[in-house]
Design a protein around this ligand. Sequence first.
Ligand code: ADP
Ligand code: MG
Length: 385
Amino acid sequence: MSQESAFIPPGATLGVLGGGQLGRMFAQAAQSAGYGVTVLEADEAAPAAQVTGRHLAARYDDPLALDQLARDCAAVTVEFENIPAASMQWLDARVPLAPAPKALALCQDRAQEKALFHRLGVPCAPHAVLAAGSDPSAVGADLFPGILKTTRLGYDGKGQMSVACAADLPAAWSALGGVDCVLEKKLDLAYELSVVMARGRDDSMVWFEPQQNLHRDGILFASFSPGPSIKPDIAEAAQNAARTVAQGLDYVGVLCVEFFVLRDGRLLANEIAPRPHNSGHHTLDSCTVSQFELQWRALVNAPLPMPRQHSASVMLNLLGDLWFDAAGRQREPDWAAVLALADAHLHLYGKHAPRKGRKMGHLTCTAATPAQAREIALRACAILG
Ligand code: ADP
Ligand code: MG
């Protein structure tokens, strides 16, 4: 589109593909600056559909809904990486779209992400690509014990299996459906971190301090910012790598790169999220600009301010597990007690059916120091059970 880099003023309508919590928080941020938001999402009760001015309740490949989105919106973004490539290309020919279809397609595929890391000289885990139908015995013995991951559609640890040795690989692969996979060496992690950043069409780039991420059962449990283990040299290397990735992809919008730090001190890139990220939710409450504000700013070609963190934070994910007592009976968490905690910022996504592992909301504890933020988070954990 020729007008892609023209500033889109408040009052215009922005579109988002996907109606989950990321779409909801994008919409809320854009609306607070006076933009209208239209969401394309099949689920009538989706978190973003509850807050946007217009909800196109249709699949991502519905031609009429895509046409309506293109006609409604001055620019369109995504909150979910698995938008069909054909829909992205169709929209790209009609309306300013960020990220671009090519960047999104690459981030849908772990094998392509790893190839990009290689091309850009960003170290990542030793791995082998297992194309559907290929011979698993060709995989090198040095990759075991390993983690087998489907190249597409995995999230929150889904689509992954541990594989102890080469003999176990065929069974694990067929348990994952025999689809295209990567086998990664299982790494001795000291900790995990992520960098959230934004890039504009003019190659301007801004980034947050990295946050340290604690996962349980493959799902993000808590993010610490600043991260207690992150040394300045690692933070700088991770931010440099994230910028290299954004430029290498000619990326426009907000992206997150997840990293592993090994016990031997090495920093390895794990994966790229072509959108705001769960680990960046604390920025809503701890920084001068949030990841969602950067997302709409990049989309409307507004200047991107470098975020400044004004509070230390600990973000806790509120998973559906908290809606069940020890006997498995459904209950409501004690919100009155949570809200009585000073500097604990509650975000609920409007999801009506709690399920184990489902992200229902998050709670960001902010304070003058990391130790104080941690103290509030511990009290919140005690209340939530
Ligand atoms: P997802 O798309 O589900 O987030 P990830 O590849 O990020 O997939 O894996 C989820 C989590 O599993 C990681 O954050 C990390 O805790 C663990 N993990 C993934 N790959 C490895 C590995 N090669 N070695 C050790 N732990 C890993
Ligand atoms: Mg991940």
